[in-house]
Design a binder for this molecule. Structure first.
Ligand SMILES: Nc1ncnc2c1ncn2[C@@H]1O[C@H](COP(=O)(O)OP(=O)(O)OP(=O)(O)O)[C@@H](O)[C@H]1O
Length: 257
């Protein structure tokens, strides 16, 4: 269900940031940021390298706590441990220290089955016992997604979770994420995916949220403006005519005063 204005869903926000300074210690990256995340929304988070995507995701994660599954940018896997153990870690806090210790030596039957089913869906069947250090970059990325899915939380927060896989796999992985999470915020650089797979796009540039709009109202040309350092050759070759005003005047968040 959406409100009449700005395509925002009706209902109470899961998280609202109102004029908040986000950053690291004394280094403010996103000053005075305002935005809201609503239940059921799938949001693509775009912006060039250093724009503050990870910073914003960290802030959302801190506010959502145990409501959010987390898939970090650099995977955060333990390379010496097997695929099974890395995925199992998604539920480490939910089990006793004794069960976790036992599982390290001898996998528990229930989790072994659950993780095996997840691995099959992720195209990792048969690799459960293989150390993550012996996997390809794309396989590691899928293990990291598997660990986040195994957390079984309602909100998925992903920091470029489909950066190392081919477009077909990216599509399938987003299917899996969608099937298991009502709400998602995913940082990514694939603009086509942002428009085709997400309800809303947040765009960061120059320390500001310059884009907060329904994906259906945006074109690739709108998203290109988030990448001022891109050369003309790497930007969208034949830009669609902007279907909405440029990003400078697009922000449209309920939390915005
Ligand atoms: N731990 C940190 N301490 C201090 N500054 C940081 C820290 N992490 C990131 N920054 C700075 O914050 C800014 C935003 O970084 P952030 O990682 O949020 O960007 P990003 O959009 O996720 O970039 P990328 O696409 O390269 O991952 C950058 O200037 C970066 O140098």
């Amino acid at each position: 269900m959406e409100s009449e204005q700005c395509g925002l869903p009706a209902g109470e926000a899961l998280v609202s940031l109102v004029h908040e300074d986000l950053g690291h210690a004394d280094h403010v990256v996103l000053p005075g940021l305002s935005l809201s995340l609503y239940p059921g929304e799938r949001v693509a988070l775009l912006g060039q390298s250093g724009a503050g995507k990870s910073t914003l995701l960290a802030a959302l994660r801190a506010r959502l706590g145990r409501e959010a599954a987390w898939c970090p940018q650099h995977h955060g896997l333990v390379p010496q441990l097997a695929v099974y153990h890395n995925v199992y870690m998604g539920r480490l806090p939910e089990r006793s220290a004794l069960a976790n210790l036992w599982n390290l030596v001898r996998p528990l039957r229930g989790p072994w089955q659950e993780v095996g089913e997840l691995c099959a869906l992720l195209g990792l069947a048969g690799l459960e016992r293989r150390p993550v250090a012996h996997l390809s970059g794309g396989q590691r990325q899928r293990v990291a997604i598997g660990r986040a899915l195994y957390q079984g939380r309602p909100v998925f927060l992903g920091d470029e979770p489909v950066a190392s896989v081919d477009p077909h796999q990216a599509w399938r992985l987003l299917d899996l994420i969608d099937a298991r999470h009502a709400t998602a915020v995913v940082a990514l650089h694939q603009r086509e995916l942002a428009l085709s797979r997400f309800d809303r796009v947040w765009g960061l540039r120059d320390g500001r949220l310059v884009l907060d709009a329904p994906a259906a109202d945006l074109s690739l040309a709108d998203l290109d403006t988030l990448y001022p350092d891109a050369s003309p050759n790497t930007a969208h070759a034949e830009p669609d005519p902007p279907s909405t005003p440029g990003p400078e005047i697009l922000p449209c968040s309920r939390g915005r005063p």
